[in-house]
Design a protein. Structure first.
Ligand SMILES: [Zn+2]
Ligand SMILES: [Zn+2]
Length: 91
């Protein structure tokens, strides 16, 4: 587990400052062209909202805000705490 409990204690949701929870093996749907990750079981089988292209299923780690349910992917062991406009929230 690349994200330590100490780190989880320190980081907070950038949008609402809520507590963050780590999940290790979640399914994402990824558009290579736009470099966008979609997250959420309901999204299975759909296409990219930007380019209408096919999405590739990938497995990854995610941080989820317990307060507002926003999610932040961990890419190459680095949490990407992006504001809303830089990712899609379909969970
Ligand atoms: Zn796309
Ligand atoms: Zn939050």
């Amino acid at each position: 587990m690349p994200v330590s409990n100490e780190l989880l204690d320190i980081i907070a949701c950038p949008m609402c400052k809520g507590d963050i929870e780590y999940r290790g093996e979640e399914d994402f749907y990824y558009c290579e062209k736009d470099d966008i990750r979609y997250y959420g079981r309901e999204f299975k089988g759909k296409v990219c909202l930007k380019c209408n292209g096919n999405l590739k299923k990938i497995e990854g780690e995610v941080l989820i805000c317990k307060a507002c349910s926003r999610w932040y992917p961990i890419i190459d062991d680095i949490p990407h705490m992006l504001p809303d406009e830089l990712r899609e929230d379909l969970g």
